[in-house]
Design a protein. Structure first.
Lengths: 235, 221
């Protein structure tokens, strides 16, 4: 039987006495794009941080390509690309220097070539020698996306990737997601926009108070019905 | 091999970052000079007591200046996206510690290079650079080894500027005493002195080992 790219079972996370995730079960196959929607504080970012090995779960398990996210954290980190709320870049380094630095951290072969390709891909080749600190919010988001793609991860985790992007930037995200899944990678992304979630995702998940309360394929779902469902869930 | 490439990459990044922001070196250097100047005026320096006072003044200025720099290296990493930038990558946490330690040693070393000739001029003592070098190197390594570990711990708290010296000062007392006494022995040779350099080597080995092993548990959640 083929191993799913992401398999989560009974995942829980508490901070002190506050339960943020209350038992998440999820399977994501290679090539799948999963949209995760939920109100602020629903636990979306915590789930993504756990999968990126930045936070340990309180209980339950998650496996990425068969590797356990706690026991095999270093292996998992090689398989995951993460675009978070913070860009995870160094302001004083140029766009090129940032990517070359992270290329070293991920031990990327032919890092220079890969970096230049990615800068072109995200439309920042002319800004390559400018410091990350002087780039606009949208440009930083593009650079952050390039950083996440640098080591060709199998699983792409995107926490509200649309933030600060213009129309062209939004199209870039759509293209990157499509390319990534076409190449056999999987994507788990969060958004507050239901229409974007349904347009970009193959599956739609709704997270409410730490629980997955809705989980279906987007094909055949009607936006208007989902809007009503969304309002019902997050009322 | 990748381990050392990553150590060098993080170190190089920190140097480049610091050269561009210029926050740390300038502050540390100026602070060390101020301490030396204040001590020079505060103490009644005569030929007979100069050798007793000068080594203490030198190391106090190094330690105080170090605290400024030690607080900055990891705090800068914690700002904007926090330490997660590095922790997200499959890089050995020992490599992060080693790079931060080397960076701290380098930053403190630059301050020492600037402060030493000024110290010699203000306190009117011979510089004795050759014999002083291993003492300064071992002392700096000890302060940086403890300081790098605890700055990572303190950086996660709100009161990091206050917490860092409180955590570090008690632990570096042995190495500072050894460094002061070893420096004093250089100025006025004393017979039957304990092997201060040996003590410094032992301190460095112990704290370097402990820090390398525990750093991961401090920086990871």
């Amino acid at each position: 039987m083929k191993t799913p790219l992401l398999a989560i079972a009974g995942l829980k996370k508490s901070f002190d006495l506050k339960s943020v995730l209350r038992g998440i079960d999820l399977v994501v196959e290679s090539g799948e794009r999963v949209a995760l929607v939920g109100a602020n504080g629903a636990g979306k970012t915590t789930l993504l941080r756990i999968l990126a090995c930045l936070t340990e779960p309180s209980s339950g398990s998650a496996r990425i390509d068969g590797w356990d996210i706690v026991r095999d954290a270093q292996q998992v980190r090689r398989l995951v690309g993460f675009v978070a709320h913070q860009p995870y870049l160094y302001d004083e380094l140029t766009a090129l220097e940032n990517l070359l630095f992270f290329g070293k951290m991920y031990a990327v072969k032919d890092a220079r070539e890969r970096t230049e390709d990615l800068l072109r891909r995200v439309g920042l080749e002319k800004r390559a020698r400018e410091r990350a600190g002087v780039l606009s919010r949208g440009q930083v988001q593009r650079l952050s996306l390039a950083r996440a793609l640098l080591h060709a991860p199998r699983l792409l985790l995107l926490d509200e990737p649309d933030t600060g992007l213009d129309e062209e930037g939004l199209r870039l995200i759509e293209d990157v997601l499509a390319e990534h899944s076409a190449q056999g990678g999987a994507v788990l992304f969060t958004t507050h926009q239901l229409d974007r979630a349904m347009k970009l995702g193959d599956s739609l998940l709704m997270l409410s108070r730490g629980r997955l309360v809705f989980q279906e394929k987007t094909a055949g779902l009607e936006l208007e019905r989902m809007r009503q469902e969304y309002q019902e869930v997050f009322r | 091999m990748i381990f050392f490439e990553q150590v060098i990459a993080i170190l190089w990044k920190d140097i480049r970052y610091e050269l561009r922001s210029k926050q740390m070196w300038a502050g540390m250097g100026l602070f060390a000079l101020l301490v030396l100047v204040i001590f020079n005026f505060a103490f009644d320096l005569r030929v007979d007591n100069r050798a007793a006072v000068a080594p203490g003044a030198l190391w106090v200025s190094f330690v105080f200046a170090s605290m400024l720099g030690l607080g900055r290296t990891i705090a800068a990493e914690r700002e904007k996206g926090s330490m997660d930038r590095l922790l997200l990558c499959p890089v050995d946490r020992k490599a992060i510690y080693l790079a931060k330690l080397l960076g701290n040693m380098l930053f403190i070393g630059v301050v020492e290079i600037v402060a030493l000739p000024i110290f010699a001029a203000l306190f009117n003592v011979p510089l004795l650079l050759g014999p002083l070098l291993p003492i300064v190197l071992l002392g700096t390594l000890g302060i940086a080894a403890v300081g790098t570990l605890f700055s990572a711990m303190a950086a996660a708290t709100r009161a990091r500027e206050l917490l860092l010296p409180i955590l570090v000062f008690p632990l570096i007392v042995p190495i500072v005493i050894a460094a002061v006494r070893a420096t004093g022995t250089l100025m006025v040779p004393v017979s039957n002195e304990p092997p201060w350099l040996g003590l410094m080597v032992a301190f460095d080995v112990i704290f370097l080992s402990i820090s390398m092993l525990t750093f991961q548990y401090i920086v990871e959640e």
